[in-house]
Design a protein around this ligand. Structure first.
Ligand SMILES: [Zn+2]
Length: 233
């Protein structure tokens, strides 16, 4: 990915993006558990305190493993697709068992019950980081979250989700913010029709600033997430 500095004001530097405490760690967006090695250069990074950074990692591991098990149709570490997840399932027998218990079968094959509360926590957190990184805005409210596999969306719903009309926005991003730089230069080929691909087939996202501020994400080209915040603080 292309490296972009934040040239907007620095009012949010020096605090945890999630709780405002003094930051001790750097949080990758998305967390690396959702990506494969070799990791892309210049991953978006925000500052976080140790507690917030660690506090989410169990849910992130759960969500990434659940996704790969769902896509692979198995919880067998030798049969899941992603190398990261093979290792995770071997290292974390309790997680593997939990996923095993969440698996049931119907005519179409294995299905998994999703623990949506945990997934919502993860995507809400990533969205907050993306908005700070791209727009230099920080939200503390609880957003509306919709998490849906592509397979359960209609064609119309997919079109609405995929098509981002950046020029229809009533708002220009803050001067100096990364979103404004992307808009002006438009030379970054990872930035395509409003979507920023962090790693092909693994993770892409879009940050939309209109009447409401919204983040859309796609994990493993399987799960769509839409996170909508009403007001900036
Ligand atoms: Zn924190």
């Amino acid at each position: 990915m292309k490296h972009l500095n934040n040239y907007a004001d620095q009012r949010f530097n020096g605090q945890c993006v999630y709780c405002g405490a003094a930051p001790k760690t750097r949080e990758h967006l998305p967390p690396k558990v959702f990506l494969d090695r070799p990791y892309p250069d210049n991953l978006p990074i925000v500052e976080a305190c140790l507690e917030c950074n660690n506090g989410f990692s169990i849910d992130e591991e759960y969500m990434a493993s659940l996704l790969d098990c769902t896509i692979s149709g198995t919880v067998d570490p030798d049969l899941v697709k992603r190398e990261n997840i093979k290792q995770t399932l071997k290292k974390r027998p309790a997680l593997a068992l939990r996923l095993q218990n969440a698996m049931r079968s119907d005519d179409e094959g294995p299905l998994f019950d999703f623990e949506y509360e945990r997934i919502n926590n993860v995507v809400q957190k990533i969205a907050t980081g993306h908005i700070l990184f791209e727009l230099n805005l920080l939200f503390s409210e609880t957003p509306k979250v919709a998490v849906t596999p592509f397979a359960t969306l209609s064609e119309d719903q997919i079109n609405t989700f995929e098509n981002i009309d950046l020029m229809a926005s009533d708002f220009w991003p803050e001067v100096g913010s990364r979103a404004m730089q992307r808009l002006l230069t438009n030379e970054d080929n990872v930035y395509n029709k409003g979507w920023i691909t962090v790693q092909p087939d693994r993770y892409r996202y879009a940050v939309i600033q209109a009447q409401k501020t919204e983040v859309r994400m796609v994990f493993s080209e399987y799960l769509t997430c839409q996170i909508v915040f009403e007001d900036a603080v």
